[in-house]
Design a protein around this ligand. Sequence first.
Ligand code: A2P
Length: 318
Amino acid sequence: MKYFHLSNGEQIPALGLGTWKSSPQVVGQAVEQALDLGYRHFDCAAIYGNEAEIGATFANAFKKGLVKREDLWITSKLWSNAHHPDAVLPALQKTLQDLGLDYLDLYLIHWPVVIEPGVGFPESGDQLLPFTQASLEGTWQALEKAVDLGLCHHIGVSNFSLKKLEMLLSMARIRPAVNQVELHPYLQQSDLLAFAESQNILLTSYSPLGSGDRPAAFQKEAEPKLLADPVIAAIATEQGCSAAQVLLAWAIQRGTVTIPKSVNPERLLQNLKAADITLTDAQMANIAALDCHYRYVSGEFWTISGSPYTLESLWDEI
Ligand code: A2P
């Protein structure tokens, strides 16, 4: 397993198991298989609705002595309905309870968006829009307090643009360790990556395989299929590996942590082994040319009619 260093010198496994879209019925088995195969990094979130099942698998693995808590890197995320400073610690405690843990390795603000307590996603057509306000500073201070209390060892953000990251850095007592963003050859995020590197912040790439199993509401017609890209396929043939492995090797070789999701034993193993593949400079250059700024997770669900958010304000792009 490859590791990356965080700004405080600690290590994070370069490849982890993504659990978004893994149903509660199957996620436990997938996590168990992943632990058996050697995965030591698990990416979770309260909104995925499967933390209790993941926690049951961890508890079993600890009991059986398969793995020790300190050998794992476990990330979770604060949902947008709990940004109010008074709501942060209860949300974290609930996640810790569900995962059966005393602490997280990393706790992220899931989105730079604030909605009312109890709301999952805003729904179009609702009379009362669920958007509300909480200052980023207040939310971040509550996360800093969680670090002080030992409830999480690192804090960070997700879906933050370069501009929002700068804003956060200007107010942070404890700096963000990670920004987790969509990142793959069609959305290479080179400016954000360069900025993050200059600030000793790691980027984690989500949807590294193009998240073909996203709910229908998240999908667009005729979207580009990353796993079927001919350039990726040609490199896979050259390397004698799969297209997915090329995508994951590329992410790691670029210095980003990657969290492919799978609930299939063969693919779990294949993905883990991608960390051992080294692409040539020519192969990296061919992939660099694929950037087309395509987001599979556009964030459109935050921009329903009447929302204070637009895609431009979300990503700080015109
Ligand atoms: P499955 O869970 O059945 O393996 P992402 O990580 O970008 O969200 O992508 C997850 C999707 O990619 C899921 O549909 C997952 O299916 C699939 N997937 C995971 N690993 C591989 C692989 N090695 N080859 C092809 N598809 C994969």
